[in-house]
Design a protein around this ligand. Structure first.
Ligand code: NAD
Length: 365
């Protein structure tokens, strides 16, 4: 395909979608930043090490100025690698001191799910904006506390839903919303992988809040919500566990169904038991479209029933997400992935778990 044509098509599609749809971002503006927004990463684990710190080097509106870590040796290594001065290094107990540090505008919370509220609230109280990883927390109550703390501090709270900035996902949303293949009828979506280390926090409910539904099923749930543009009115779910030693605290696999107000039905699945599910498809009156892989960091691609392929430019999703948040702060405009969006997912996931536990349909309306 002619890369220029594809780029033009992307710009046109995105510009249209940005004007019309709440989920769709505008293209990164060709303006020079007034200043770069200082980011401190809170929790220097896998995502921070292998994705966020490298992505920060690819941003236009952000810079990595600080770190918050419980491990002093790790902090030292990061300081050397990213040239971070001693005055910008914190641990989880010294976050109140962030209040005195003008180098740091945003705290990016990248700790286990069940610690997100503690770290978000500490950052907000220190007068910082917060970008918090998904899932937002482990309960709707804790999500609400995070929203309240950021509101009280007059600071923005965004959730790390990186796919809201991904061109292939945006193209699918455009195709569905413009009814290019007719009205949407069914959505099928699933994301799962074989989890490794049996000692990790993802397998401990207190820190994770749940199993694959919380961790990666949430991407499929998001796909259902952004494709339909609606909120579900009812859910039902079934969970199963084969390895009862490894998965004694959480579900191993889960499937769920949802009904939307217009009558659209959705069918989802997620697992920690095996790899290979990373897709969504949308069936419409006159055909279908699908993405597979649908949620990876790179290489998303898809197909349509009319024979066309879906293959938009492959971007650094994390850099796009952080640059967008920085622009929201610089321009004093709201993020398209606010805390309320994380809270909506948490309420639905809570209902999914309730249905899996009780065997009953749970109404959400
Ligand atoms: P990780 O285990 O690799 O890192 C977690 C970090 O938190 C570690 O540095 C660890 O030392 C620290 N930590 C602080 N207190 C801890 C405690 N009590 N127990 C365990 N660790 C503690 O995890 P990760 O894969 O980097 O995930 C972190 C967050 O990022 C999670 O919320 C996860 O859902 C999210 N995540 C998002 C994406 C995405 O694509 N957006 C991808 C991976 C992870």
């Amino acid at each position: 395909m002619n890369p220029l044509l594809s780029r033009r098509h992307f710009i046109k599609a995105s510009a249209f979608a940005a004007a019309a749809l709440p989920f769709v971002p505008s293209l990164s503006r060709a303006v020079e930043p007034k200043r770069q927004i200082g980011f401190a990463l809170c929790g220097l684990g896998n995502l921070s090490t292998h994705q966020l710190a490298p992505a920060l080097q690819n941003t236009k509106f952000c810079k990595l100025t600080g770190i918050i870590s419980g491990t002093p040796e790790k902090a030292k290594r990061w300081q050397a690698q990213y040239n971070i001065p001693d005055r910008n290094v914190y641990n989880y107990d010294t976050m109140a001191k962030l209040a005195d540090n003008p180098d740091i505008d945003v705290v990016y919370v990248v700790t286990p799910n069940g610690l997100h509220a503690d770290h978000t609230i500490a950052a907000a109280k220190a007068g910082k904006h917060v970008l918090c990883e998904k899932p937002m927390e482990v309960s709707a109550e804790r999500c609400q506390q995070m929203i309240d703390a950021c509101k009280a501090a007059g600071k923005q709270l965004a959730i790390g839903y990186r796919l809201h900035f991904e061109p292939n996902k945006l193209e699918c949303v455009r195709l569905v919303r413009e009814k290019v293949l007719g009205n949407l009828k069914f959505i099928e979506a699933g994301f799962g992988f074989a989890i490794g280390d049996p000692k990790q926090w993802r397998l401990k409910k207190e820190l994770s809040g749940g199993g694959p539904m919380m961790d990666v099923g949430i991407y499929a749930l998001q796909a259902m919500r952004y494709l339909s543009g609606e909120e579900p009115v009812s859910v039902s779910a079934i969970a199963t566990t084969n390895d009862t030693v490894k998965f004694r605290d959480i579900e191993e696999s889960l499937t769920w169904q949802m009904k939307f107000p217009s009558g659209i039905l959705a069918n989802g699945n997620t697992t920690y038991g095996f790899s290979g599910i990373n897709r969504f498809s949308a069936n419409t009156e006159r055909g279908w479209l699908s993405l597979n892989p649908a949620y990876s960091y790179h290489g998303l691609k898809g197909a349509r029933s009319d024979g066309q392929t879906i293959q938009m430019p492959d971007i650094d999703q994390f850099a796009a997400e952080m640059d967008d948040f920085a622009q929201c702060i610089l321009e004093n405009r709201p993020t398209r992935v606010p805390g309320e969006e994380g809270l909506r997912d948490m309420k639905i996931i809570t209902a999914i778990y309730e249905s899996a536990r009780t065997g009953k349909v749970v109404n959400l309306a």
